[in-house]
Every structure is written in C-alpha cells, then in structure tokens.
Design a protein around this ligand. Sequence first.
Ligand code: FAD
Length: 347
Amino acid sequence: MLFCRSYVARVPRIFRARFVSTLTFIETTADGKISPSTFNNLAAAKRISNSNTALILGSNASKVAEQFNNLGSSLGLEKILILENAKLDHSLPEYVAPILKNVLETGKFTHFIMQNSNVGKNILPRLGALMNCQPISDVVDIQDPKTFKRPMYAGNILATVVSEQKINLLSVRSSSFKSIDVNNDGTPSEKITIETIPYNDGDSKAVTIEWEFADLMDNTGRPDLVSAKNVISGGIALKDKTTFDELLEPLADALNAGIGGTRAAVDSGLCDNSLQIGQTGKIIAPDLYIAIGISGAIQHLAGMKNAKTVVAINKDADAPIFKASDYGLKGDLFEIVPQLTAKLREM
Ligand code: FAD
C-alpha cells in the first residue's frame, strides 16, 4: 500500500470477558429504511463473533426491525433491541449516548459497533467519556476480537491496535468490509427476537428546537456514495454547480454510479458537502472510481485510494492523480465526458 507503515498501539486494562458478543448500531435513512452500509457493518460484527445483536432507535424502530426479519438468517443476528421514541430520530448524542451506556453496562456485550459516519463520529466520543472507555475509530480490519487495524495521519500510517478493554467501542469504515450477501429470496427463515429496551436519556438538558435539512443535490435513486460499486467524482475544474450536474449526472446514470466531489468543488458551491470525498469527507472503496478534473491532492487520495480501479480525466499530464490511477485520459473533460457518456449509452 502506498503510504503504509505499521506499529502496534496498546489500549490498557485487562480483557476479562469470558465470551465475545457484539451490539451493532443500525443507522436508518431519512425515509425509515435500513442504511445500505448496515450490511457492511454487520459483516464486521460477524468477523468478531457469532453472537450478534442489532440496536435500532427512533420512531421507526419496529418497522425497521421488521425489515430485518424479512431479510433472512444470513444476517447472523440473534436479537434486535429496539427503542421507539421520536426524540431519538436524529441520533442526537446527548440523548443516545446515555441509552447506549445503559445497554452496554448490562455486561451482555464485549463489542459495540457503529459506522464511522457523522452519526458514529458524533456519538462514540461522548459514549467513551460516559463509560470511561477509549473508543477505537475508523477500523478497517479486524484480526481477532482484540486486534484492530485503523489508519492514522490521513492514511499515512496503518496502526495495529491491541485492545484489552472489557468493552470495545468501535467505529468501522464500512467500505473496508465486504457486505453480507443477504438471502432475500423469499425463503422463510427463523424470526429474529425483537426486544424493547427502556428509555433513559440520563436527564439530558439538550432540547432540539428545529432540524433544517440542507438542500441536497437530487440523488434520487442513486446508490449510496459509501457503498456504491461505481463512483464518479468531480473537481473544481467543473466550474459551477450547473455544469457539475449537467456533465456528471448523465455519466452517473449510464454507470449506475454515486456522485462525489473534491473539497475545492464543495467549497466553491459546485456540490453539497455530503458529497465530499477525502480526509475530511467520505472514505470510499468502490470497484470503479472516475476522477474528473481532480488534481489528486493527498487529502483527496485519502478518501479514494482503496478503489479497485481508478480512472482519471485531466488536461495536465503531470497531475498527481495519474500516479494513483490505473487508466488515465489526458485531455479536456468538457470533450471527454460527453463522449464517454454517449459511448456508455450505446453499450
Ligand atoms: P485543483 O487542485 O485545483 O485541481 C483541479 C484539476 O483540474 C487540475 O489538476 C487541472 O489540471 C484539472 N483541470 C482543469 N480544467 C480541466 C479541464 N477542462 N479538463 C480536465 N482537467 C482540468 N480535498 C478533498 O478533495 N477532500 C478532502 O477531504 C480534503 N480535506 C482537506 C483537509 C485539509 C486539512 C486540507 C488542508 C485540505 C483538504 N482538501 C481536501 C483540499 C485538497 O488539498 C485540495 O485542495 C483539493 O482536493 C483540490 O481539489 P480539486 O482537485 O478539485 O482542485
């Protein structure tokens, strides 16, 4: 791997648990569906143990739990814990962390798993502080229930962390774990036990006044950026939002791809912040990544260098992105992208 060096960090405290059992936090989409990355996170849980439980919070919790029950036994879940309460809909850490603390202090779980998403990044540190426990974030590989790999310094170092904590609070990089192959063939399978847990937000003083949602680019029907097999991504060279959308959307449609962008593109208003790929954005590992008008700054590479095949379109033959690419097209993106889209449509 490009910048890989490894060292071992030790997290103190003695690992006394006699069993290994995981609890995975399930994120849901705004319309109450299971977030696609869930199946990658459950794959991570399966790497740790065969005794796995899921936790679903929010007003749609039982509906989401039923979706799991329709998916078959391949999920490897023994139980689903739910808590239906509208206060938990937006995963506010002030409400959620005390509830998680209560569940984890029952001693039934040795590992708590969240996605290394905004939700995970928001909740896990607060939970760690409440439980006096060191979270292990952005886990990309699990060697055994105590040994985890995680990148540091924008991916320049891959640290091997050996944890001897009684409870391991993990956030996992979903794209590093191959999704569970869900048996959704309609074959009846054993129902998973669903159990309701009590509400106790630790008397939080936080009050939600209003939620205002960003006016996101219309991604209707587009694959989720983190779990998409194909991703095309645009840089500041795309000039403005209209050009960004008009050039990239048809290409994304032709490839059934997710759309991402660089920080420069985000900062200049070409695309929404939720599309940013890189060190301070999303970290992805699709099968195909097409970088369009992107220079290949190290902070951008940190978000996409694990893509299986990288294609770069850039007019500058010396652009660093070409060094990180399997295929390079040197030329003007305003000519190449429409031609590429037209060819793909013919196929
Ligand atoms: P540029 O670097 O300006 O590159 C534009 C490219 O387009 C050039 O290579 C140019 O040759 C090419 N081009 C121009 N016109 C055409 C054309 N007509 N046809 C073809 N090619 C053309 N960046 C991220 O992306 N993600 C992050 O998460 C991130 N985090 C950061 C965190 C920190 C702390 C810092 C300091 C920076 C971070 N950055 C991040 C910013 C990063 O350093 C770069 O500035 C950014 O990635 C550059 O974006 P770009 O490639 O769109 O723009």
